[in-house]
Design a protein around this ligand. Structure first.
Ligand code: BGC
Length: 736
């Protein structure tokens, strides 16, 4: 069917219109056969296709057709490479198209506010620019295949505890600068076909029926042209949802809420124009879906598996290396830890898919190794079995090897959509095993499998540490590639690994109680907090090593005509192998008039540098990313001043510094009797006159002059000026 067959809203009856705005069932929209509107399939999820053909659920309980399981967001984001995300998106779009899925329910770009969020594996970063850029890459890739994406979960949904009711109480600046910023970036840059509302409330208002969020911000300010879909079961009051601009309720509820809409429209309680706007957006979605260029199957599963392996290798962060890595092919190895044999490669819940194939690290290591590779599970992931016996076998294997590669991680049962973690510790049995192995063989390489950050108290004891996150179906092969140096590690931490959970900025304010969670840390999320408080961390945001080394030259910054800033820095690969460096640019404004973190990432670039080569790396800082949210005028403002840019390999490995000047905008609020003498003294019209008069009024006392700066003009009659003089100055300023 072609898209020009899709009718106009005026051709539909009220009942047909209402039916179009809710699902037919769990995964499909409702068709209106009379006028030729077909049903569409929307399905999960962010790192692979979860197309259920039998029983349906939103928690990954029932099976789905096999699809390539790419690294979940926690891994993909660590590549810090939006172009790589775009390639993954293209593959996801292709798989969705082959399966005739109109919309893929992802990416998820909520900010990692706390390491405890049970769904952190599905999210990108603690930083909005990283979350936005990586999300944008995925959206561009998916939609390039004529398949829609669903940007989720809009918004301020940063925990699983009480997720379907809790109110995220966030002040305006962090709301815009941290929690909405990534969404804004993806909407403006990628026009996702759909945006999925979150379950929670924001400052007391349900996200799924918030006119400010769904209409003023999303459509009026950001120019969103697509459709807003509810998260599965997020609709509380359907009529309010329609009024707010929530276009599609999923899943359907057998017409129950459609009947509410019909009744409300008939009684006049719901303006039919609001319903028509919602219906139009549903019809638009159908038109877009029908214009998808044909992509014929079958899926080239082998090619996508190879891509999944390449991508997974780009996601593994080399946290520490005393030189034991890469391994020699002929080294005598002991592989230890049940994760080596039973990979944890994705998280639980709605994003859980059935892979086309599953690499096992142990097999892949054996496939690449020339030397002997022994194996001992060392512990049971689920804590079953005889721990002492398992440990003894592993210790024996380690004692007999040159290097022990020890796979540790978080058991699957501990992290999932639907609940938060209560701690970030690895199981005691694993830590005990590590100590026992180290006692017989100090050459230990630890490989981690975890969706959320874990405490790493043993860092100083091990010579090498790989953060493997969750790597998708080809993670086993990718791990082997990194271990043997077939691939050179290039991933970087998209979230801080703290020394203690208690150091995290949300600690004490997570997950809230009695239906509310206070975002008390405000702007200071992630590294912003650790830097502001000068707290040591286990590994800083942006950190990640390589098998080569990079040297930075002097950075330079130039403001372009559009007001963006182009930062350039020469980067030389001083080692013996080719490698990727992720150049990060952090900005600050000394003497800023508003609260700011010590430094904020405003741009980054992953570049391949051949051994011995120097590359002039360019990092673009977009003008709008340099803005803060001004509370007085309720919009973005770029402050004038001389900004500092620190360029480096992590937020705490800054190699070069430069500066740029921005004219910016001076925010002037109207002068009233409630303005302070300080504001009056800054006013372009009466400023000088006020300063002279006030100075005279306080008898030239410099200290007193400072004291009156914050005094509202109309508050104390006669001090420091006669009231008539103060009123006269205010009126003169107002006349302009
Ligand atoms: C999740 C969404 C998911 C939907 C459909 C919800 O529980 O929050 O991310 O897309 O289910 O499975």
């Amino acid at each position: 069917m072609s898209d020009d067959r899709i009718p106009d809203v005026s051709e539909l009856s009220l009942e047909e219109k209402a039916s179009l705005t809710s699902g037919l069932n769990f995964w499909h929209t409702t068709a209106v056969e009379r006028v030729g509107v077909p049903s569409l399939m929307l399905t999960d999820g962010p790192h692979g296709l979860r197309k259920q053909t039998g029983s349906a659920d939103h928690l990954g309980l029932a099976g789905s057709v096999p699809a390539t399981c790419f690294p979940p967001a926690v891994g993909l984001a660590s590549s810090l490479d939006p172009e790589l995300a775009e390639r993954v998106g293209e593959a996801l779009g292709t798989e969705a198209a082959i399966e005739n899925v109109a919309v893929l329910l992802g990416p998820g770009i909520n900010i990692k506010r706390s390491p405890l969020c049970g769904r952190n594996f599905e999210y990108m970063s603690e930083d909005p620019i990283v979350s936005g850029e990586m999300g944008l890459g995925l959206v561009k890739g998916i939609q390039s295949k004529g398949v829609g994406s669903s940007l989720k979960h809009f918004a301020a949904n940063n925990q699983e505890s009480d997720r379907m009711r809790s109110s995220s109480d966030v002040d305006p600046r962090p709301l815009h600068e941290i929690y909405l910023r990534a969404f804004e970036r993806v909407v403006k840059g990628g026009q996702p076909w759909t945006v999925m509302t979150s379950y929670n409330k924001i400052n007391g208002v349900w996200a799924s029926q918030d006119p400010w969020l769904l209409t003023e911000v999303l459509r009026d300010d950001w120019g969103f042209e697509g459709l807003v879909v509810s998260d599965w079961g997020a609709v509380v009051d359907r009529i309010e949802g329609v009024r707010a601009g929530m276009d599609l309720e999923m899943p359907g509820c057998d017409g129950r809420t459609d009947a509410d809409i019909v009744e409300a429209a008939r009684s006049g309680a719901l303006d039919e124009a609001a319903l028509d706007a919602v219906v139009r957006r549903n019809l638009d979605l159908v038109r877009k879906a029908l214009s998808r260029p044909a992509i014929d199957g079958p899926l080239d599963a082998a090619a996508h598996h190879a891509l999944a392996r390449e991508v997974a290798a780009r996601c593994i962060v080399l946290l520490k290396n005393d030189g034991v890595l890469p391994l020699r092919r002929d080294a005598k190895l002991a592989v230890i830890g049940e994760f080596a044999e039973k990979p944890r490669y994705q998280g639980a819940g709605s994003s859980q898919i059935v892979p086309t194939k599953l690499d096992v690290a142990l097999d892949e290591i054996r496939a690449l190794a020339d030397g002997a590779v022994s194996y001992a599970p060392g512990f049971a992931i689920d804590g079953s079995g005889d721990a002492a016996e398992l440990r003894a076998q592993a210790v024996a294997a380690a004692a007999d090897a040159e290097v022990a590669v020890l796979f540790l991680g978080v058991p699957a049962a501990e992290e999932s959509e639907g609940f938060d973690r209560t701690h970030i510790d690895l199981p005691a049995v694993q830590l005990e095993l590590l100590d026992a192995v180290l006692a017989v063989n100090p050459n230990v390489v630890v490989v981690l499998s975890n969706g959320g950050v874990v405490d790493l108290p043993f860092v100083d004891k091990v010579p090498a540490l790989l953060e493997g996150w969750l790597l998708g179906q080809a993670g086993g092969g990718a791990t082997a590639d990194i271990l043997f140096g077939v691939a050179n590690p290039s991933a970087r931490l998209a979230e801080t690994i703290p020394l203690r959970l208690e150091d995290n900025p949300s600690y004490g304010n997570f997950p809230g109680d009695q239906g509310r969670v206070r975002y008390g840390e405000g702007l200071l999320v992630g590294y912003r907090w650790y830097d502001e408080r000068k707290l040591d961390v286990r590994f800083p945001f942006g950190h990640g090593l390589s098998y080569t080394t990079f040297e930075y030259g002097d950075a330079a910054a130039r403001v372009t005509e559009s007001g963006d800033v182009l930062v350039t820095v020469p980067v030389t690969n001083t080692g013996a192998v080719a490698g990727r460096e992720v150049v990060q640019a952090y900005v600050s404004l000394p003497g800023s008039a508003v609260q700011r973190a010590p430094r904020e990432l405003k741009g980054f670039r992953s570049v391949l540098v051949e051994a011995g080569q120097t590359v002039d790396v360019e990092v673009l800082l977009r003008h709008e990313d340099l803005a803060y949210w001004d509370l007085r005028v309720d919009r973005w403002v770029v402050e004038p001043g001389r900004y500092t840019v620190e360029v480096g390999a992590s937020s705490r490995d800054l190699r070069s510094q430069t500066a740029f000047e921005l004219a910016g905008e001076v925010v002037r609020t109207p002068i009233t009797l409630n303005s302070t003498f300080g504001e009056l003294m800054d006013d372009p019209i009466v400023g000088e006159e006020t300063r002279a008069l006030v100075s005279e009024g306080v008898g030239g006392d410099a200290g007193a002059l400072v004291l009156v700066t914050d005094l509202p003009v109309g508050r104390l009659d006669g001090f420091p000026l006669p009231r008539s003089v103060s009123v006269g100055l205010v009126e003169k300023a107002q006349r302009g």
